[in-house]
Design a protein around this ligand. Structure first.
Ligand SMILES: NC(=O)c1ccc[n+]([C@@H]2O[C@H](COP(=O)([O-])OP(=O)(O)OC[C@H]3O[C@@H](n4cnc5c(N)ncnc54)[C@H](OP(=O)(O)O)[C@@H]3O)[C@@H](O)[C@H]2O)c1
Length: 344
């Protein structure tokens, strides 16, 4: 199978290429970047100099005929149109942007500032969270790869909502993200002197990932649950934590049993006996989850940790690639995950 990666010079694109290195069943035939057009991969990213893709050159635009499957690691709006063009040509697409993640059309102008021009295609897209939508992912040509905060949050919430043990109509979520979540282009607030030693909340009442999370919860459970979401920036490159709080009548051991049972066959979910650290997941496709219970307030506290570029983006995209192409779901990704974690 031939693969093209659009936006390969960005953080998710280059992490995807790292993840594809061990694959024998697929060949990356094209990588794109406008600013690096004509340059060799190894000249832009020297850590690829000893790899089989060292002499791949960046093209400025994708060639819609050169590959069978396209990963789009682009901003949302360019992705919106490119997906349509590629699907019309019969190609498979894994889109890492948010352009096809939310089913409700009105949310796009409100949260992303553009009208969604392809409602039929939006309807067909499958949300690429394998733990929830595995069977549909196997059958589809267009996967909308989830956002990083939604991945961490939905995995912390899924067993409880699915088993109907969330007794409140609202769920409180506080989340922390490393700076690579904002992408590779330069922004003043992410310059080293400004970001180092700092941490802060942003978009505390209206973040783009809220409609995505609410939409997915409704899709798998039929329930309208409000997500009260506050994201924070952490001065680290990679890693993300989501703390999810909800009312429930289950106690700690019942909750933990529920999560262990739901995720017992999941290759990339690890239920932990203490609160998870980003250091234990960075570089991997793991999601570490810890379940606790606040007896006094009758509140469940579920904490998840992922790598925003791993399970939160590119390695999850490879999990979807494996499902779409009939490879074992954890092939190559498991080994890569285990070999990538650096502690301390
Ligand atoms: N970073 C994360 O943790 C994360 C997690 C989940 C999902 N995502 C989503 O994944 C997508 C990529 O994110 P990223 O963090 O990898 O972004 P990034 O680091 O900013 O990279 C964006 C890539 O797209 C290219 N690009 C930018 N504007 C373009 C345009 N108008 N037309 C064509 N190419 C363009 C860039 O290269 P040139 O400018 O050289 O063309 C670059 O290769 C985004 O939609 C993001 O929301 C990111």
């Amino acid at each position: 199978m031939k693969i093209s990666i659009a936006g390969a010079s960005g953080y998710t694109g280059i992490e995807l290429l790292r993840g594809l290195l061990p694959y024998k069943e697929v060949e990356v035939v094209q990588i794109t970047s406008r600013q690096y057009e004509g340059k060799y991969l190894e000249d832009v990213f020297p850590h690829f100099s000893s790899t089989k893709y060292a002499e791949l050159k960046f093209d400025s635009e994708i060639d819609p005929e050169c590959a069978d499957l396209y990963f789009l690691c682009l901003p949302h709006q360019p992705s919106l149109h490119l997906v349509k063009e590629l699907i019309d040509k019969g190609k498979k697409v894994i889109d890492l942007s948010a352009a096809y993640r939310i089913k409700e059309l009105t949310r796009y102008p409100e949260f992303y500032g553009f009208e969604h021009s392809y409602p039929d295609l939006l309807e067909k897209a499958v949300y690429g969270l394998p733990e929830i939508f595995r069977d549909q992912i196997k059958e589809v040509s267009l996967v909308a790869n989830p956002g990083c905060y939604p991945t961490a949050t939905l995995l912390a919430l899924y067993p409880a909502v699915k088993e109907n043990v969330v007794s409140s109509e609202k769920v409180i979520v506080n989340a922390l993200s490393g700076i690579s979540g904002a992408g590779r282009s330069l922004k003043q607030q992410f310059h080293y002197p400004e970001a180092f030693g700092d941490a802060y909340a942003y978009n505390p009442v209206k973040h783009r990932h809220i409609p995505e999370m609410e939409d997915v919860v409704q899709r798998f459970s039929g329930k309208k649950i409000g997500i009260r979401f506050t994201p924070h920036i952490l001065p680290v490159s990679r890693g993300m934590i989501s703390t999810v709080v909800f009312e429930t009548s289950l106690n700690k051991s019942q909750l933990e049993e529920l999560y262990r049972l739901e995720y017992r066959y999941e290759p990339f979910i690890r239920i932990q006996s203490s609160p998870p650290h980003i250091k234990n997941v960075v570089g991997s496709n793991y999601c570490d989850i810890y379940v606790d219970y606040d007896e006094k307030n009758k509140l469940a506290v579920v904490i998840s940790a992922i790598d925003n570029l791993g399970k939160g983006a590119s390695l999850q995209a490879l999990q979807n690639l494996n499902l779409m192409t009939g490879l074992p779901e954890d092939k190559y990704i498991k080994e890569l995950s285990e070999n990538s974690i650096l502690f301390p």
